[in-house]
Ligand binder design. Sequence first.
Ligand code: TTP
Ligand code: MG
Length: 469
Amino acid sequence: MLAMENSEDEVEADETEWKQDLKDSPFVVSGSLNLLKTTTPAHRVILHFDLDCFYAQVEMLRNPALRDVPLGIQQKYIIVTCNYVARQQGVAKLMSVTDAKDKCPQLVLVKGEDLTHYREMSYQVTDLLLSFCPLVERLGFDENYVDITEMIARRLARTPQANLSFKGHVYNTASADADAKASSHPELALGSHVAAELREAIHSRLGLTGCAGIAANKLLAKLVSGTFKPNQQTTLLPESVDDIMGALSGLRKIPGVGHQTAKRLQALGLVSVQDLQLFPPTDLVREFGAPAATRLKNLSLGVDDSPVTPTGAPQSLSDEDSFKKMSSAKEVMEKIEQLLSSLIERMRKDGRQPHTFRLTIRKYSATNKWHSRESRQCPIPNHVGQKISSASSDDAVVQLVSVAMKLFSKMVDTHAAFHLTLINVCFSNLQTRGPSASGRGSITSFFVHGSSPKTHRRLLIGWQRTGCR
Ligand code: TTP
Ligand code: MG
């Protein structure tokens, strides 16, 4: 019998694999809100890449006949994305299938619940960027940050200043005026050329188009990258920071300000970005504490010192499914078994051995849908862990289903009525298994070649992405 670790109070944020919210920045606060100390270079050049209609592009690559037709990617009864042909006809991301068909009766639908191909392509893009620069951070499936500060310093040393120009758009600047500004912002001007080269590499080697933002920090690069879509890029100059922050339609549009934070800000009477900019720092500290208050204040002003943190192989692998209602132990067990089968297959391809198993559920709650995830975890004994990463994975499924059901019974009284809307299974504490497995478990080995026959389902309804689009 396995020991169960109690994590009664653990309430998880949305862990959906293809998207991750921005992490908190490691600000160093010294006494007052205005004293932000930083060790980062004064002129950073950060690129943000966001692929165009990502799932739709992957499907169009797999089947070129889809390229010129309006295409929607369907998960359950939602269009999670659609190509730009469909967008021109009024279809939008997260529209219901019914509404999308009303807007565009010729819409071709492809099921997008199996994430295998999207995941593979996503890691190929990151790998390609990594081959140019070591500082690449993934943000979900189709976004990457790249810190090219050092590359730019080297290029700058050998570029005559008189030859500087911008590639692509410059935010709030007419193209006739942009190049005159290049000599005042040589790092960003060169950064725009590097962004264009990387976009071209992604296109020529992988066949994908995307947008890029070029700015002095991650926040601004992300905000500016979607200014012109699709397949375009935009540079943000320091003199336009106030404009871009002022143009945001609300606090939730600031990457890093999540639903909960926005609610707390709203309770303080803050709705617009300008409200937050002008709010007395001491009052903000009282509500959030100094580090979070500093971060919020800085974000509202377009200041973001957070580093681009290279993404290694994932720290955990998980799979989940959501549904309207699950209310019997039998259904729960079948769902867990299904999820575990596909997860174990992925784990086996990864090559590392997981040492912790976590089960997460979401109980139905009409009033508190943001806080309704609960989880329990336990160590995985070595003999089961070894089966996961070896050929005898069927045994592992059986043993882990039993473990999962024990964890489940710690959260749900199966003798009383219950109503679940999500189940997530997760392996973490992943360790390389000795010399023969060396080299696996790296980000590149995570590019799973060949498609898995298993399906990976996600339901993304009711979810709003953090960020500004
Ligand atoms: P996005 O970058 O938001 O969208 P996109 O790449 O499809 O389109 P855009 O050109 O506007 O950038 O999301 C990336 C992928 O994530 C998207 O192709 C499908 C998936 N996705 C979901 O699964 N659920 C969601 O709610 C959203 C918004 C996206
Ligand atoms: Mg995208």
